[in-house]
Design a protein around this ligand. Sequence first.
Ligand code: SF4
Ligand code: SF4
Ligand code: SF4
Length: 305
Amino acid sequence: MKIAIEELAGCSGCTIAVLDLHEMILDVLEKAEIVYSPVIMDVKEPPEGVDVSFVTGCVRNEENKERLEKIRSRSKILVALGTCACYGGISGLSMLSSNEDILNTVYRGVETVSEDGVIPKNVPPFLYRAFAVGDIAKIDYYITGCPPKEQFLRQIIPDLLKGDKTELSKKSVCSECDRKMGVVENWSLKRRHEGEPDREHCLLGQGYLCLGPVTFGRCGASCPKNNIPCHGCSGPSLDILREPCRDLYNMMVRRISDLTDIPEKKIEAELYDVSHTMYPFTIGSLIMEDKENSKIRDLVKERSK
Ligand code: SF4
Ligand code: SF4
Ligand code: SF4
């Protein structure tokens, strides 16, 4: 079996997550040969006839789009690996800046660039927005996570290579979290750096914006278990994804309102920096933008004025 890993607009962390299989990578290599992966080997183009390809990163420029189309046409099975590929991920946040600002930041605004930093002439042009890979190409499987957690890849990858069906939890982060609800009184929204949450009770009930109720699980609720609110790195939970009228923003507002008995309008007035607090991993997804209650359209329009 031949496998390939393609990199689009991302940080390569998803490919490193595959290497995080550690010694299990030897079992994978007994059954499969990695024929293409720009991060781990020096092969410039994917060959024809790949059995299973993984694509990481979102589609942000013309080169990303070409590479996605090429790997799709050369692969029997194409898997979106990681939240950038599945929902645009943090690469999608680039839609909040102008193309000029992005290029200036990358090529002129960093210490390692010479003082007369110039923007190279051969930088691939940006598309008008970021896309999840499924917005552009047919995808056979999605594995979310930023990056996907190694304990799940240990189950998913060998099963995928054997052609077996994998049975994994499809629940939200909350369902993996063992914090108790407790009494909610005098609720007000806190920034992450304010105070120290108690380790026993739900972070949302304590005023910290924890996206656990609207986020797909399979991380073992690792952030709440370490006293950090979930910021949604696995993308939307299945009920958000499937229901057109459910969006991350409106379902979080409703959840907080149910929890606190505070009217939704009042909660909305307390929310801050909605693009980075509610949509940091999904702003680049057309599926999420097209939801009737989505704030993404307005947020992108607002920033590009
Ligand atoms: S999903 Fe996360 S780890 Fe994977 S490429 Fe995107 S930013 Fe990197
Ligand atoms: S909102 Fe956060 S802290 Fe509360 S139960 Fe869900 S994941 Fe745990
Ligand atoms: S708790 Fe949330 S932010 Fe943390 S790893 Fe899980 S999905 Fe990602």
